[in-house]
Ligand binder design. Sequence first.
Ligand code: SF4
Length: 225
Amino acid sequence: MQQNYKVNELFQTIQGEGFYTGVPAIFLRLQGCDVGCAWCDTKHTWEIKADKQSDLILLTDRSNESERWANVTAQEIIAEIKRLGYSANLVVITGGEPCMVDLRELTQVLHEFGFKTQVETSGTYPVLVAPTTWVTLSPKVNMRGGKVVLQSALERADEIKHPVATEKDIEQLDALLAQIKSVDGKTICLQPISQKARATALCSKVCIERNWRLSVQMHKYLGID
Ligand code: SF4
């Protein structure tokens, strides 16, 4: 039986963060998250309310953020991407917390249709994706939902993208990295929170010292979604 996914949004843009910065991408936002980050900018994705179920076709109108979601298969998502005439070949599966569900079928089907896939996760759920899916883990530690970042998710991550405000955030990242066997082959990105000058200077300094990568949320500077 085909699996269904609860989609909140589907849109095409340029990836603004991390390893794939600047790459055209189709964003597939899944509904549902219980991690509870206070500063979350997608709180409308947290709850799956029965009375908010919708048709996928209605979710591609991005005029306002909405709690609506559509329950659709991977094939229906691909049909909608084709109907919309999207040209990007990277599909970024985000949320919400997309790893609350098993993403193996969705990522495999997208690969069969010629797409590359990237999953953006908090690392608090097992990462169930196709072997070649690029996994970006943005660790969410000590959030209201009481979740912990899983060692298995850290091990699977191709990229660890850490939001940074102060030195404490670098220490927190060091503690997480100490849990895994090796960071060899992983891209480590520091992302200054809210484009603050002090955080940007700190991230730049640490990236240079350690040969890590700076992620500046390019879309916020360009004023695109
Ligand atoms: Fe928001 Fe992501 Fe945190 Fe969930 S994990 S609360 S979607 S920032």
